[in-house]
Design a protein around this ligand. Sequence first.
Ligand SMILES: Cc1cc2nc3c(=O)[nH]c(=O)nc-3n(C[C@H](O)[C@H](O)[C@H](O)COP(=O)(O)OP(=O)(O)OC[C@H]3O[C@@H](n4cnc5c(N)ncnc54)[C@H](O)[C@@H]3O)c2cc1C
Length: 528
Amino acid sequence: MRHHDAIIIGGGHNGLVTAAYLARAGKRVLVLERRHLVGGACVTETDVFDGFRVSTAAYVNSLFRKEIIRDLDLPKHGFRMLERNPSSFTPLPDGRHLFLGPDARQNLEEIGKFSTKDAEAYPKYEAMLERVALALEPLLTTRPPNLLRPSLGDLWRAWKIATPFQKLGTDGMAEAVEMLTGPARVILDRWFESEVLKGTLATDAVIGAMAAPSMPGTAYVLFHHVMGETNGKRGVWGYVQGGMGSLSEAIASSAKAHGAEIRVNARVKAIIVKKGRVAGVALEDGTEHLAPIVASNADPHVTFEKLMAPSDLPADFLEAIRRIRYDSASLKMNLALSELPDFSALPGLAAGPQHRGTIHICPDQDSIERAYDDAKYGKPSAEPILECTIPSVVDDSLAPKGRHVMSMFIQYAPYKLAQGTWDEMREPFADRCLELLGRYAPNIRKAVIGRQVLTPVDMERIYGLTGGNIFHGSMHLNQLFPMRPAPGWASYRMPVKGLYLCGSGSHPGGGVIGAAGWNAAREILGTW
Ligand SMILES: Cc1cc2nc3c(=O)[nH]c(=O)nc-3n(C[C@H](O)[C@H](O)[C@H](O)COP(=O)(O)OP(=O)(O)OC[C@H]3O[C@@H](n4cnc5c(N)ncnc54)[C@H](O)[C@@H]3O)c2cc1C
């Protein structure tokens, strides 16, 4: 039995961030991760295909907070972002295509191929997002006010939050509130007329969500994806050199440099509570580790319903935790390729702009609605929405020379099937997705030399994500900000003394942001 100042359950990127900040403050920290590697859903795995490095879950980054990169000196620990230009490519069945990216002139020309009106509106739409982002982004790294038991500090926090909204004025505030609560489709339909542009933008609104763009709340999911930057460029997504795991490894390396101890293959079985306060954790191998502070990076269901006895928690809190929705419909397919996809809309086997960014197989918003309709009734989409990336095009450390690694993030594959099991559906559904991609890039079937298919059930089993939900609980307004993980408990401090939640199940939610981990560390250290 060893004593530490703080124990972190789970070495996901957020848990590692908490560990690093605590270690820098001189605390003796122990991280216990159940898998054989750290990173959680932000990993690079080397044992999937021989000779390939695969970002098996998360695959692109933009959201990770720049303050954390600076504080933890992550570039010194090997973290580097690779930019992508163009950032997206949408091929169409009729042979046309749309590129979008950081270059305003290229966007004007590209969108202008479909609609002059949209080409002119696009920079104004981006400026609107930027305006709202400037108001909302500081909230990501702010402790949400307690609406149930407000202290004077909470009133001050609420006032501070309201101020940037007030500065937006009547119209701006209406825009911001619609962004927080409305359907993405209504907003996109108001701004644009060309279906290919709306379809491309709408995919961000449904990523990881069991929802269609016409449903309230999806505008926030879209917006959540624009509150980041790559190398100082706002709203731009990029690849982490060496795969997403290089980010987690850099955080772990920074934590270790300040004395944190990180153990893998260490599954926590129970959080030990004595006399109403946390005392440590018990591992599955029978060992116990003691500490007055335990921060859990596991999701709220795992933390409170699996690792704790109901008698250790207030009944109303536990009820609120049980009510959290984890519905999901995302499937991830990782492919080793012998050659690049040869798109009919822009032919070529040599690496070109069509291979560099995110490839959207989604011609319009109605396709997303139809794909969702299937999922609504418990069926994997007959024509799913595919988002593909080939990071090896800009990072030659990921695949043997001449070969490539491709990731396909696919909606909708509902966790709960009306008929059959995911073990029966896994390979037929993967075939369906490749057949669909093959309509746009006919060489894809023969190019695949290895494939890994991760259904929502696999994501739960492998990464510990309840219901396969990639965000540790869906990102609906009733599960965000002062309500995450439960109303009255959004300060990272949980109802048992010494217990904290430091993962995506707390504010500001899912994605590789690091903010939950950083905010939790500041709450523990009292350094907000
Ligand atoms: C397929 C997929 C694709 C995604 N794509 C992107 C993307 O491209 N960009 C992006 O920004 N976000 C993406 N996301 C979302 C993002 O990856 C996650 O929201 C984020 O990584 C969660 O980080 P976390 O540290 O909060 O939790 P996690 O990464 O879930 O970490 C929790 C850790 O706790 C460990 N753990 C759980 N229970 C125990 C226990 N009992 N004992 C010990 N350890 C335990 C788990 O093994 C895990 O390592 C994706 C997610 C998935 C699944």
